[in-house]
Design a protein around this ligand. Structure first.
Ligand code: NAD
Length: 290
């Protein structure tokens, strides 16, 4: 096995920047045609991480001309308070996109509340109608991370029809929608999960491996076929062995996999920035579709 890095690093930041450039032009065209693109986000209670994310979102939206409104509800809000606000936003014609920051306060039925978001404004693709659209091949509002994974794979130029693909992890928000999008692209898809007996036996055969399990360093170089495309979705905080400081790593052991794979997406700087770009893409698509 080679010991020097040979993989081309998939630069998610640069690719995401190109997407944002295209979107900025689309937003301007929509504005010229009399349609303002507007995203309304809802945050409930003391969600510090959500507030940081919302601040970044506001800046990203401003940069490409999307109006951004953040609605803050107190932690004591009831489910009816939240769904009432969502109903108002659904009914407001000026609002073209809606998202709900998670987590919601403990004890709330997140899926039931998300399902209240109008399917045409649901830019995270969490309404069952949009999830059904993924199954039926209607690519309207698809979960952003799944879209981001597809964009990064497409950037490598690999032909998916006939390729063997292994999805490591089968969550409703990442692993499952990715697997369905890959089926639509006519790849041969294997979905694995925590009960999969011999993960390496599957990944070693794969032309594309998508790691979305939330387990740091799960996919190592000896589990990857030479020349494969490896997409790392994981975002895990661990302590750096040398400095003791906390750092972000993916589900892929970057050093060993980069000596075997032909293309590898890094963490940070891979799927993460493209996911944000895909949220903006869905925001523009929701406004365009009305
Ligand atoms: P999840 O916990 O909902 O699901 C994890 C899935 O991985 C499950 O299907 C589980 O069975 C499977 N799994 C766990 N251990 C496994 C193992 N050893 N072998 C095979 N499968 C295994 O997780 P999620 O919400 O899909 O997130 C997965 C990772 O992706 C996390 O690190 C998360 O932070 C990250 N994530 C990143 C983005 C992004 O934008 N980059 C978005 C969402 C999630």
């Amino acid at each position: 096995m080679a010991t020097t890095p040979i993989a081309q690093i998939i630069d998610g930041r640069t690719l995401a920047g190109q997407v944002r450039g295209d979107l900025e032009r689309e937003v301007a065209d929509l504005r010229d045609a009399g349609f303002a693109v507007r995203l309304d986000a809802v945050i409930v209670g003391d969600n510090q991480a959500g507030r940081v994310y919302a601040g970044n979102q506001a800046a990203m939206c401003a940069a490409i001309g999307i109006d951004y409104h953040l609605h803050e509800l107190p932690g004591e809000s009831s489910e009816a308070d939240i769904t009432g606000l969502l109903d108002d936003l659904n009914a407001d014609e000026a609002v073209t996109a809606i998202m709900l920051h998670l987590p919601l306060p403990e004890g709330m039925d997140t899926a039931r509340i998300q399902a209240r978001i109008d399917a045409g404004k649901d830019i995270e693709g969490v309404n069952p109608a949009n999830i059904g659209g993924v199954i039926y091949g209607r690519r309207t509002l698809v979960p952003c991370t799944a879209l981001a994974v597809m964009r990064l794979i497409e950037s490598t130029g690999i032909k998916l029809a006939g390729a063997e693909v292994v999805c490591v992890g089968a969550s409703t928000i990442v692993g499952r929608p990715v697997a369905v999008l890959l089926m639509e692209a006519e790849a041969t898809v294997m979905s694995t999960n925590i009960h999969t007996a011999d993960l390496a036996a599957h990944t070693k055969r794969a032309d594309v491996v998508i790691a979305a399990a939330g387990v740091p360093g799960l996919v190592t170089g000896d589990m990857v076929k030479p020349g494969a495309v490896v997409i790392d979705v994981g975002i895990n905080r661990i302590a750096d062995e040398q400095t003791g400081q906390s750092k972000t790593v993916g589900d892929v052991d970057f050093d060993s996999v980069s000596t075997v794979a032909a293309h590898l997406s890094p963490v940070p700087g891979g799927v993460g920035p493209m996911t944000v770009a895909m949220l903006l893409r869905n925001t523009v698509a929701a406004a365009d579709g009305r």
